[in-house]
Design a protein. Structure first.
Lengths: 200, 236
């Protein structure tokens, strides 16, 4: 497995296509964390994140021939599939903010949702107020802004990588992130005011 | 640098992704001179720090191990399915190739046998002709011949034998063959349809039609009961 950890995605994919299960496992272990976290941060649901992660790799198993290394990296390919699944989830869940919405309407997934996943490592994190506030602020963003925050801030992707994944211009990513950060600041200010009011 | 331009760059500065050193310096100088922009930069830096701390704290989040287990099972199933498809595809391709080979062989054999047959004249018997006396009365000359034969010592058949050409000429379009002349007129004759190479026409003294040498002609041949061809009629 150590040898496989050193292999490039392309080599692993070729071996996977030839039926090498260990190569598939190496690809999975390399990319599952990022996809799971992306789906989790986007949906706020560990169950959905798990489902999305599974679907992404099932797609890779069934349709690996659709991956074209000339069009982008395997990571971008997998994130693209994950993003499509997340968008489908949003379509199903009409309660969520419209993807086309550019206005911050204050609707968000509450941090109460996090407490429902007590077995999740994140539940440890939510005990810390700051982390909870950031989480709440991120989840309060409209999906179109949330995804750039998740990709560029939480997944630490460059503007170019995020732009490739979102199939938009680098400038669009940059401007969305600028707007998203403004919204986050507003939300965090509000949350701190509420928090300090409760503490006093 | 003014506040408006600074505001567009503040997030890049706070995130540390402003590559241009000169612009970064100009922005920093502006922030030192402008209180509101300095506050804006400080906020942006705090937000970046908070997001990074949050990202670091959730960085260990992984999909549950059951997902990997399930996917490995699915991968093995898919691989087996793909192998089965490949085997089936190979079988189908083999069967198709065998069928194509068989068809090609059949066509070849058919053509070969057809070609052998083409070298031989095709023969088909169309209808028998019985040269009864009644039939021989169909023309006035024959009627008179038969009548005179009946009236005289000769029978109709003898009369016909006396003039075999008459029997032959009863069938329209027939050309008497040279070696058929002089042979005794048969009581029963048969017309057979044949396909002949046109070269045969020249052999029997008939003009060959124009065209390639390999052309064939269809003809009716009048055969006597002795098997000797007496006349020929070109059909096509």
């Amino acid at each position: 497995m150590r040898e496989q950890a050193e292999c490039s995605d392309g080599d692993l994919l070729r071996r996977m296509q030839a039926g090498d299960e260990e190569a598939f496992t190496a690809i999975y272990r390399r990319h599952q964390g990022g996809i799971y976290r992306f789906a989790f941060h986007m949906t706020g649901s560990p169950e959905i994140a798990e489902e999305v992660t599974q679907e992404v790799f099932m797609t890779l198993i069934r349709h690996h021939e659709q991956f074209d290394p000339l069009k982008g990296s395997l990571q971008a390919f997998l994130f693209g599939i994950g993003r499509n699944h997340v968008l489908r989830y949003f379509e199903r869940e009409r309660d969520y903010v419209s993807l086309d919405s550019n206005d911050f309407d204050g609707s968000y997934v509450s941090s109460d949702n996090l407490e429902a996943v007590a077995a999740d490592p994140l539940s440890e994190l939510t005990r810390e107020e700051a982390a909870t506030q950031v989480w709440d602020a991120v989840m309060s963003l409209p999906a179109i802004y949330r995804e750039v925050v998740v990709l560029c801030e939480l997944q630490e992707m460059s503007y170019a990588e995020a732009a490739q994944l979102l199939a938009c211009a680098v400038g669009t990513v940059r401007s969305r992130l600028h707007r998203a950060r403004g919204l986050l600041l507003s939300k965090l200010k509000t949350l701190r005011q509420v928090s300090s009011g409760l503490n006093s | 640098m003014d506040c408006r331009l600074f505001n567009t760059l503040v997030d890049d500065i706070a995130r540390g992704c402003l590559a241009d050193e000169e612009i970064r310096k100009a922005a920093t100088n502006h922030a030192e001179a402008c209180l509101s922009c300095a506050r804006r930069l400080a906020e942006a830096e705090r937000l970046t720090l908070a997001l990074r701390q949050f990202a670091a704290s959730v960085g260990a989040l992984q999909a549950p191990p059951e997902v990997e287990k399930t996917l490995r099972i699915r991968f093995a199933q898919q691989r087996n399915l793909a192998q089965w498809h490949r085997r089936r595809q190979r079988l189908v391709l083999g069967a198709v190739a065998a069928a194509a080979l068989l068809a090609a062989l059949s066509v070849f054999l058919l053509l070969k046998s057809g070609g052998m047959r083409q070298n031989q004249p095709e023969v088909s018997i169309t209808r028998p002709i019985v040269k009864a006396e009644k039939e021989m009365e169909s023309t006035p000359a024959d009627r008179s011949l038969v009548a005179s034969a009946r009236a005289g010592e000769k029978t109709g058949r003898q009369a016909a034998r006396a003039n075999p050409r008459n029997a032959v000429e009863l069938e329209e379009g027939f050309i008497p063959l040279p070696y058929g002349e002089g042979s005794p007129a048969p009581a029963e004759e048969q017309v057979i349809r044949v396909r002949l190479p046109d070269s045969i026409l020249e052999e029997i003294g008939l003009p060959a039609p124009n065209g390639p040498a390999a052309r064939y002609v269809t003809a009716d041949v009048l055969l006597g009961e002795d098997g000797i061809a007496r006349a020929i009629r070109i059909v096509q």
